[in-house]
Ligand binder design. Structure first.
Ligand code: DP6
Length: 337
Protein backbone atom coordinates (compact mmCIF):
# COMPACT_ATOMS: atom_id res chain seq x y z
CA UNK A 1 0.00 0.00 0.00
CA UNK A 2 1.31 3.47 -0.87
CA UNK A 3 2.18 6.09 1.73
CA UNK A 4 2.09 9.89 1.36
CA UNK A 5 3.92 12.41 3.53
CA UNK A 6 4.18 16.20 3.59
CA UNK A 7 7.12 18.38 4.71
CA UNK A 8 8.32 21.96 4.43
CA UNK A 9 11.70 23.66 4.07
CA UNK A 10 13.58 25.14 6.98
CA UNK A 11 15.81 28.19 7.21
CA UNK A 12 19.03 27.92 9.18
CA UNK A 13 20.08 30.56 11.73
CA UNK A 14 23.26 28.66 12.54
CA UNK A 15 24.29 27.18 9.21
CA UNK A 16 25.35 23.66 8.42
CA UNK A 17 28.41 23.87 6.18
CA UNK A 18 30.87 21.02 5.71
CA UNK A 19 30.90 17.36 6.72
CA UNK A 20 33.28 15.05 8.51
CA UNK A 21 31.89 12.28 6.30
CA UNK A 22 30.43 13.37 2.98
CA UNK A 23 28.87 10.00 2.07
CA UNK A 24 26.88 9.87 5.30
CA UNK A 25 26.48 13.65 5.61
CA UNK A 26 27.87 13.67 9.14
CA UNK A 27 28.21 17.41 9.77
CA UNK A 28 31.29 19.04 11.27
CA UNK A 29 29.23 21.10 13.71
CA UNK A 30 25.71 21.61 15.07
CA UNK A 31 23.26 23.88 13.24
CA UNK A 32 19.91 25.43 14.11
CA UNK A 33 16.89 26.31 12.02
CA UNK A 34 13.23 27.17 12.01
CA UNK A 35 10.89 24.95 10.03
CA UNK A 36 8.62 26.96 7.74
CA UNK A 37 4.88 26.42 7.18
CA UNK A 38 5.05 26.68 3.39
CA UNK A 39 5.62 26.01 0.52
CA UNK A 40 5.32 22.27 1.12
CA UNK A 41 6.28 19.08 -0.68
CA UNK A 42 4.13 15.94 -0.82
CA UNK A 43 5.66 12.59 -1.70
CA UNK A 44 3.90 9.29 -2.34
CA UNK A 45 5.99 6.13 -2.26
CA UNK A 46 5.22 2.52 -2.89
CA UNK A 47 6.98 -0.80 -3.32
CA UNK A 48 8.26 -1.28 -6.89
CA UNK A 49 10.33 -3.77 -8.88
CA UNK A 50 12.59 -1.00 -10.17
CA UNK A 51 13.22 2.53 -8.96
CA UNK A 52 10.91 5.09 -10.59
CA UNK A 53 10.84 8.79 -9.86
CA UNK A 54 8.38 11.43 -11.04
CA UNK A 55 8.29 15.06 -9.95
CA UNK A 56 5.53 17.62 -10.52
CA UNK A 57 5.59 21.36 -9.84
CA UNK A 58 2.89 23.50 -8.23
CA UNK A 59 0.95 23.72 -11.50
CA UNK A 60 0.97 19.92 -11.92
CA UNK A 61 3.53 20.07 -14.73
CA UNK A 62 6.01 17.18 -14.75
CA UNK A 63 9.62 18.25 -14.27
CA UNK A 64 12.45 16.76 -16.31
CA UNK A 65 14.79 14.97 -13.94
CA UNK A 66 18.49 14.61 -14.59
CA UNK A 67 20.15 11.18 -14.16
CA UNK A 68 22.09 12.59 -11.20
CA UNK A 69 18.80 13.52 -9.45
CA UNK A 70 17.51 9.96 -9.86
CA UNK A 71 20.86 8.60 -8.67
CA UNK A 72 20.62 10.72 -5.51
CA UNK A 73 17.31 9.05 -4.58
CA UNK A 74 18.65 5.58 -5.36
CA UNK A 75 21.74 6.25 -3.21
CA UNK A 76 19.51 7.58 -0.43
CA UNK A 77 17.38 4.42 -0.49
CA UNK A 78 20.52 2.24 -0.28
CA UNK A 79 21.85 4.33 2.65
CA UNK A 80 18.48 4.15 4.37
CA UNK A 81 18.57 0.35 4.10
CA UNK A 82 22.12 0.41 5.51
CA UNK A 83 20.84 2.35 8.52
CA UNK A 84 17.75 0.15 8.92
CA UNK A 85 20.05 -2.90 8.88
CA UNK A 86 21.65 -1.46 11.99
CA UNK A 87 18.17 -1.34 13.55
CA UNK A 88 17.57 -4.93 12.39
CA UNK A 89 14.76 -4.06 9.97
CA UNK A 90 16.45 -3.64 6.57
CA UNK A 91 13.99 -6.05 4.91
CA UNK A 92 11.04 -3.84 5.85
CA UNK A 93 12.01 -1.46 3.05
CA UNK A 94 12.04 -2.69 -0.57
CA UNK A 95 15.21 -2.54 -2.70
CA UNK A 96 13.37 -0.28 -5.12
CA UNK A 97 10.50 2.15 -4.72
CA UNK A 98 8.25 4.28 -6.86
CA UNK A 99 8.52 7.89 -5.74
CA UNK A 100 6.09 10.61 -6.82
CA UNK A 101 6.93 14.16 -5.74
CA UNK A 102 4.49 17.07 -5.81
CA UNK A 103 6.45 20.18 -4.89
CA UNK A 104 5.29 23.76 -4.58
CA UNK A 105 8.92 24.84 -4.13
CA UNK A 106 10.84 26.24 -7.08
CA UNK A 107 14.16 24.37 -7.14
CA UNK A 108 17.56 25.95 -6.63
CA UNK A 109 16.50 29.39 -5.43
CA UNK A 110 17.69 29.14 -1.86
CA UNK A 111 14.39 27.85 -0.52
CA UNK A 112 15.86 24.56 0.62
CA UNK A 113 13.85 22.26 -1.61
CA UNK A 114 16.19 19.34 -0.86
CA UNK A 115 15.51 19.78 2.87
CA UNK A 116 11.77 19.48 2.33
CA UNK A 117 12.09 16.64 -0.21
CA UNK A 118 14.38 14.41 1.85
CA UNK A 119 12.54 15.28 5.09
CA UNK A 120 9.35 14.24 3.33
CA UNK A 121 10.73 11.04 1.87
CA UNK A 122 12.20 10.01 5.23
CA UNK A 123 8.78 10.47 6.83
CA UNK A 124 7.19 8.46 3.99
CA UNK A 125 9.74 5.61 4.33
CA UNK A 126 8.98 5.55 8.08
CA UNK A 127 5.28 5.23 7.21
CA UNK A 128 6.00 2.44 4.74
CA UNK A 129 7.85 0.35 7.35
CA UNK A 130 5.64 1.18 10.33
CA UNK A 131 4.32 -2.40 10.38
CA UNK A 132 7.83 -3.64 11.19
CA UNK A 133 8.64 -0.89 13.65
CA UNK A 134 7.47 2.67 14.50
CA UNK A 135 10.56 4.84 14.12
CA UNK A 136 11.10 7.77 16.47
CA UNK A 137 11.42 11.29 15.02
CA UNK A 138 15.10 11.18 15.94
CA UNK A 139 15.52 8.02 13.85
CA UNK A 140 13.54 9.55 10.98
CA UNK A 141 15.83 12.60 11.12
CA UNK A 142 18.81 10.28 10.55
CA UNK A 143 17.14 8.91 7.40
CA UNK A 144 16.44 12.47 6.21
CA UNK A 145 20.06 13.47 6.89
CA UNK A 146 21.35 10.64 4.68
CA UNK A 147 19.64 12.38 1.73
CA UNK A 148 20.36 16.00 2.63
CA UNK A 149 21.97 17.25 5.83
CA UNK A 150 19.55 20.12 6.42
CA UNK A 151 16.57 17.80 5.79
CA UNK A 152 17.10 16.21 9.21
CA UNK A 153 15.79 19.46 10.73
CA UNK A 154 12.56 19.46 8.67
CA UNK A 155 11.31 16.35 10.51
CA UNK A 156 10.50 18.56 13.49
CA UNK A 157 8.40 21.71 13.62
CA UNK A 158 9.41 24.98 15.27
CA UNK A 159 13.02 25.60 16.31
CA UNK A 160 15.29 22.65 15.57
CA UNK A 161 18.94 21.76 16.18
CA UNK A 162 20.94 19.31 14.09
CA UNK A 163 23.48 17.75 16.43
CA UNK A 164 26.84 16.81 14.97
CA UNK A 165 26.96 13.79 17.31
CA UNK A 166 29.80 12.04 19.03
CA UNK A 167 31.17 9.25 16.88
CA UNK A 168 31.43 8.29 13.22
CA UNK A 169 28.51 5.86 13.08
CA UNK A 170 25.86 6.27 10.39
CA UNK A 171 23.36 7.45 13.02
CA UNK A 172 25.73 9.62 15.07
CA UNK A 173 24.16 12.88 13.93
CA UNK A 174 20.43 13.62 14.34
CA UNK A 175 18.00 16.50 14.81
CA UNK A 176 16.03 17.47 17.90
CA UNK A 177 13.43 20.11 18.65
CA UNK A 178 14.48 23.08 20.76
CA UNK A 179 11.01 24.66 20.96
CA UNK A 180 7.72 24.13 19.11
CA UNK A 181 6.32 26.61 16.58
CA UNK A 182 3.90 27.96 19.22
CA UNK A 183 6.85 29.12 21.36
CA UNK A 184 7.48 32.29 19.34
CA UNK A 185 5.40 33.59 16.49
CA UNK A 186 8.07 34.64 14.01
CA UNK A 187 7.52 35.25 10.30
CA UNK A 188 9.93 34.59 7.45
CA UNK A 189 9.34 36.92 4.53
CA UNK A 190 11.39 35.42 1.73
CA UNK A 191 12.67 37.78 -0.96
CA UNK A 192 14.03 36.01 -4.04
CA UNK A 193 16.13 38.32 -6.22
CA UNK A 194 16.39 36.08 -9.25
CA UNK A 195 15.23 32.71 -10.44
CA UNK A 196 18.54 31.83 -12.03
CA UNK A 197 19.60 28.30 -11.08
CA UNK A 198 22.47 28.45 -8.65
CA UNK A 199 25.62 27.17 -10.28
CA UNK A 200 27.16 25.14 -7.46
CA UNK A 201 24.87 22.93 -5.39
CA UNK A 202 25.38 22.71 -1.64
CA UNK A 203 26.51 19.07 -1.74
CA UNK A 204 29.47 20.11 -3.91
CA UNK A 205 29.99 23.20 -1.77
CA UNK A 206 30.14 21.24 1.50
CA UNK A 207 32.95 19.10 0.08
CA UNK A 208 35.18 22.17 -0.34
CA UNK A 209 34.51 23.69 3.09
CA UNK A 210 37.69 22.27 4.63
CA UNK A 211 39.85 24.13 2.09
CA UNK A 212 38.91 27.55 3.50
CA UNK A 213 41.52 29.00 5.87
CA UNK A 214 38.59 30.32 7.91
CA UNK A 215 36.86 26.97 8.36
CA UNK A 216 38.57 25.75 11.54
CA UNK A 217 37.70 28.99 13.35
CA UNK A 218 34.10 28.73 12.16
CA UNK A 219 33.71 25.21 13.56
CA UNK A 220 35.37 26.26 16.82
CA UNK A 221 33.02 29.25 17.23
CA UNK A 222 29.89 27.21 16.61
CA UNK A 223 30.98 24.45 18.96
CA UNK A 224 32.22 26.71 21.73
CA UNK A 225 29.50 29.37 21.81
CA UNK A 226 27.42 30.23 18.74
CA UNK A 227 25.01 27.27 18.65
CA UNK A 228 24.29 27.63 22.36
CA UNK A 229 23.92 31.43 22.12
CA UNK A 230 21.34 30.93 19.40
CA UNK A 231 19.43 28.35 21.45
CA UNK A 232 19.51 30.66 24.49
CA UNK A 233 18.17 33.56 22.39
CA UNK A 234 15.34 31.36 21.08
CA UNK A 235 14.41 30.06 24.53
CA UNK A 236 14.48 33.59 26.02
CA UNK A 237 12.68 35.03 22.93
CA UNK A 238 15.44 37.65 22.83
CA UNK A 239 15.16 38.97 19.28
CA UNK A 240 18.21 41.25 19.46
CA UNK A 241 20.46 38.37 20.55
CA UNK A 242 18.98 36.11 17.89
CA UNK A 243 19.66 38.78 15.28
CA UNK A 244 23.27 39.29 16.37
CA UNK A 245 24.22 35.63 16.52
CA UNK A 246 22.42 34.54 13.35
CA UNK A 247 23.69 37.40 11.18
CA UNK A 248 27.22 36.79 12.47
CA UNK A 249 26.90 33.13 11.53
CA UNK A 250 25.42 33.89 8.12
CA UNK A 251 28.31 36.17 7.09
CA UNK A 252 30.82 33.78 8.62
CA UNK A 253 29.51 30.93 6.45
CA UNK A 254 29.54 33.09 3.33
CA UNK A 255 33.13 34.14 4.08
CA UNK A 256 34.14 30.48 4.37
CA UNK A 257 32.35 29.76 1.09
CA UNK A 258 34.07 32.71 -0.60
CA UNK A 259 37.54 31.58 0.56
CA UNK A 260 37.29 27.84 -0.12
CA UNK A 261 38.87 26.31 -3.21
CA UNK A 262 37.35 26.90 -5.65
CA UNK A 263 35.59 29.89 -4.06
CA UNK A 264 31.81 30.19 -4.44
CA UNK A 265 29.79 33.39 -4.47
CA UNK A 266 26.15 32.73 -3.57
CA UNK A 267 25.10 36.25 -2.62
CA UNK A 268 24.95 39.01 -5.23
CA UNK A 269 24.45 42.78 -5.48
CA UNK A 270 20.69 42.38 -5.19
CA UNK A 271 21.18 40.41 -1.95
CA UNK A 272 23.29 43.24 -0.52
CA UNK A 273 20.78 45.89 -1.60
CA UNK A 274 17.85 44.03 0.03
CA UNK A 275 19.85 43.41 3.21
CA UNK A 276 20.80 47.10 3.42
CA UNK A 277 17.11 48.03 3.29
CA UNK A 278 16.46 45.80 6.30
CA UNK A 279 19.39 47.36 8.20
CA UNK A 280 18.12 50.86 7.38
CA UNK A 281 14.63 50.10 8.75
CA UNK A 282 16.13 48.61 11.87
CA UNK A 283 18.36 51.61 12.46
CA UNK A 284 15.51 54.05 11.85
CA UNK A 285 13.05 52.66 14.39
CA UNK A 286 14.27 49.37 15.86
CA UNK A 287 12.16 47.19 13.53
CA UNK A 288 12.50 43.62 14.84
CA UNK A 289 13.80 41.97 11.70
CA UNK A 290 16.88 39.91 10.91
CA UNK A 291 18.18 38.66 7.60
CA UNK A 292 19.86 35.43 6.59
CA UNK A 293 20.92 33.77 3.33
CA UNK A 294 21.55 30.08 2.59
CA UNK A 295 23.40 28.77 -0.48
CA UNK A 296 21.91 31.33 -2.86
CA UNK A 297 21.06 35.03 -3.23
CA UNK A 298 17.62 34.70 -1.57
CA UNK A 299 17.14 36.89 1.51
CA UNK A 300 15.05 35.47 4.36
CA UNK A 301 13.78 38.28 6.59
CA UNK A 302 12.69 36.88 9.94
CA UNK A 303 10.57 39.24 11.97
CA UNK A 304 8.23 39.47 14.95
CA UNK A 305 4.47 40.11 14.77
CA UNK A 306 5.17 43.81 15.47
CA UNK A 307 7.43 44.14 12.45
CA UNK A 308 5.44 41.92 10.09
CA UNK A 309 3.38 44.56 8.24
CA UNK A 310 6.38 46.79 7.74
CA UNK A 311 8.58 44.00 6.41
CA UNK A 312 5.83 42.75 4.13
CA UNK A 313 5.39 46.26 2.70
CA UNK A 314 9.15 46.39 2.11
CA UNK A 315 9.05 43.00 0.38
CA UNK A 316 6.18 44.14 -1.84
CA UNK A 317 8.33 47.10 -2.94
CA UNK A 318 11.00 44.57 -3.96
CA UNK A 319 8.42 42.73 -6.04
CA UNK A 320 8.10 45.87 -8.17
CA UNK A 321 11.87 45.60 -8.76
CA UNK A 322 11.59 42.06 -10.13
CA UNK A 323 11.92 40.04 -6.93
CA UNK A 324 9.60 37.19 -5.96
CA UNK A 325 8.17 37.21 -2.44
CA UNK A 326 7.00 34.27 -0.30
CA UNK A 327 5.22 34.90 2.97
CA UNK A 328 5.86 32.16 5.50
CA UNK A 329 5.87 31.65 9.21
CA UNK A 330 7.15 28.99 11.55
CA UNK A 331 5.51 25.69 10.81
CA UNK A 332 4.99 22.20 12.17
CA UNK A 333 6.72 18.87 11.62
CA UNK A 334 6.73 16.53 8.63
CA UNK A 335 3.50 14.50 8.66
CA UNK A 336 1.96 11.41 7.10
CA UNK A 337 -1.23 12.16 5.18
C1 DP6 B 1 23.66 26.72 3.33
O1 DP6 B 1 21.44 20.28 3.36
O2 DP6 B 1 21.43 21.48 1.14
O3 DP6 B 1 21.49 25.79 3.45
O4 DP6 B 1 23.44 17.74 2.62
O5 DP6 B 1 24.42 18.33 0.44
O6 DP6 B 1 21.92 18.33 0.72
P1 DP6 B 1 23.28 18.53 1.35
O7 DP6 B 1 23.35 20.04 1.75
P2 DP6 B 1 22.20 20.96 2.28
O8 DP6 B 1 23.07 22.12 2.91
C2 DP6 B 1 22.47 23.22 3.48
C3 DP6 B 1 23.41 24.33 3.52
C4 DP6 B 1 22.79 25.64 3.94
C5 DP6 B 1 22.81 25.83 5.44
C6 DP6 B 1 21.77 25.10 6.25
O9 DP6 B 1 20.65 24.87 5.77
O10 DP6 B 1 22.09 24.79 7.39
Amino acid sequence: MSVTARAAPNIALIKYWGNRNNDWRLPMADSLSVTLDRPTVEITIDHAKAMTLQSFDATGKEKMLKPKDIQRFATHLALTKEYLAKLGIAEALPDAASIIIHSAIPSSIGLASSAAVFGCIAKAYAGLISGARMLTDKEISVIARLGSGSAARSIFGGFVALREGENDAIDASFAEQIAPASHWNLHDIVIVPSHDEKKVGSTEGHAGAHTSPMYAARIHDIRSRREQACIDAVLAKDFKKLMEVSEEDCWDMHEVIGTQKPPIEYVNNETHRIVQGVIDMREADGTEALYTMDAGPTVHVLCTDNAHDKILAYAKEQEKKGCTVYETKIGGPAVLL
